[in-house]
Write a protein that binds this ligand. Structure first.
Ligand code: SF4
Length: 469
């Protein structure tokens, strides 16, 4: 479904390139391909080997760089960021990459994830005399790096990383080096690619395809990768444990053409649809997917059930950005503006409506109503993931427990609330099997928002207090 009306929001995407004369332009294209990961702000910091320069702003990548002169961003290396913001975290000061200057040079940071102990660390830093200029948890890491030693190197970064707890994919850049780091559970995605002699790092592999780079490898949990003119070097700041990649990256967040931890997102979604059809068949005439992220699962459901897949709902791609503000009022208006039923397809039909997930239920209710108004005889809702019952503390903004319809209602009750003839979810096992095709490579996934089994906890400190990204 549509990110901006659904109630699940990705918390940013990072992109970095080392050793290419068009570093800033390529970063712009890389960020553009990851626009779905954040639409509130974007930025690029470039290094020419002597100094770091930034260009950032609020809005979509295109808006931010519309009047940018890439000649002013000349350099062979760059890091970039797209950002989704929660209420209170808006403002240019929170747009990343954050750039700090000191006597020992510049330091740029771009982050995807959430630091669970940011509140505590921030309090400690302030007590010790630090003045923080943003409400972003990313700034906390910059201060910890500086406090770990005069120079920024593997040791000071590792020292700082060992003090933070949570989910994070970091890109850190100095004038002469770039660092990529992933949290010890590997919850957020981060991959390394090559473009000729240049190295590329990105949250999603679709960014590599966009600029013609090839995938090289994943950054591993607890790994700190250093990239410089001397090449690439790997060190470890935490022991290697089993990976717990965010299951929602496959269900909903990532682009279908991305491979997340070696698994193609479209293919995993299709398998979710196949499993769902096996677990929850229904007598119907057609299968319809809610665009865009549910289409792959709907294709899988249709294939397994033998029912025809039809385009019963279309998405209006030309609705302006005015309607993608994260407020309830505009979210509800946004459903009508962005999705339309195809009357000629759905009229007189019993429909299996596939959606990737259900958060508050308000959007599902409107879509079901829309299909029935267009003449659908029955609408059976099948959700290609288990019920979301718990909040995420690892960087995905998805409503409070009180608002989560799956936390407080059975599928039958949800059916009544949203006006559907039946509702069924994919099982936890079904989802895991659809994602983890090869345990030796994929190891495992985080499904905490569905199961309540959080892979990372810190002294009960799970409240999100600062703007995350
Ligand atoms: S809790 Fe849910 S959204 Fe958050 S990282 Fe885990 S699977 Fe992803």
């Amino acid at each position: 479904m549509l990110a901006e009306i659904k109630g699940i929001n990705e918390e940013c995407g990072v992109f970095g390139i080392w050793g290419h004369e068009k570093a800033a332009e390529l970063t712009y294209y890389g960020l553009h391909s990851m626009q779905h990961r954040g639409q509130e702000g974007a930025g690029i910091v470039v290094s020419d080997g002597k100094e770091l320069k930034a260009h950032k702003g609020l809005g979509l990548v295109n808006d931010v760089f519309k009047h940018a002169k890439f000649d002013d961003l000349a350099g062979q290396s760059a890091v970039g960021h797209v950002r989704y913001t929660t209420q209170g975290g808006r403002g240019i000061e929170n747009v990343q990459p954050l750039l700090f200057q000191s006597q020992s040079g510049g330091l740029a940071l771009a982050h995807n994830g959430n630091l669970m102990n940011a509140h505590k660390l921030r309090g400690e830093l302030e007590e010790q005399g630090s003045i923080l200029q943003t409400s972003s948890d990313t700034e906390v890491l910059a201060h910890l790096i500086k406090r770990s030693g005069n120079k920024t190197n593997e040791e000071t970064i590792a020292n700082a990383l060992n003090q933070v707890v949570g989910a994070y994919a970091y890109l850190i850049m100095k004038e002469d080096k770039m660092y990529a780091a992933l949290d010890p559970a590997g919850i957020r995605p981060l991959s390394i690619g090559r473009l000729g002699d240049a190295y590329v790092v990105a949250s999603e592999t679709c960014a590599f395809d966009q600029i013609g780079a090839t995938f090289e490898r994943e950054v591993l949990p607890g790994e700190l990768v250093t990239i410089s003119d001397e090449g690439i070097k790997s060190t470890r700041f935490a022991p290697r444990n089993g990976r717990k990649m965010c299951a929602m990256e496959y269900v909903y967040l990532s682009r279908p053409d991305s491979n997340v931890n070696h698994v193609n997102v479209h293919s995993s979604r299709k398998r979710m649809g196949i499993e769902l059809a096996k677990e929850s068949p229904v007598e119907a005439d057609i299968v319809v997917g809610v665009p865009d992220s549910s289409i792959s699962a709907a294709i899988g459901y249709a294939e397994e059930s033998g029912l025809p897949y039809e385009m019963g709902i279309i998405k209006n791609r030309y609705v302006g950005r005015t309607f993608i503000q994260p407020s309830q009022e505009l979210r509800e208006l946004g459903v009508k503006l962005k999705l339309s039923p195809v009357r000629g397809i759905v009229e007189g039909k019993r429909i299996v409506m596939i959606d990737d997930s259900i958060v508050r239920g308000t959007t599902s209710r409107r879509i079901v109503q829309m299909l029935k108004d267009a003449g659908a005889l029955e609408v059976h809702v099948r959700i290609a993931s288990p019920a979301i019952k718990n909040p995420c503390y690892y960087g995905i903004d998805m409503s409070t427990r009180k608002e989560l319809i799956g936390a407080n209602n059975t599928p039958e009750e949800i059916g009544e609330i949203i006006g559907a003839d039946s509702v069924a979810y994919l099982s936890e096992t079904g989802l895991e099997e659809a994602i983890v095709k090869d345990k030796t490579i994929n190891q495992g996934v985080c499904m905490a928002c569905m199961t309540g089994n959080y892979p990372v906890t810190k002294d009960g400190e799970t409240e999100i207090q600062y703007t995350k990204c």
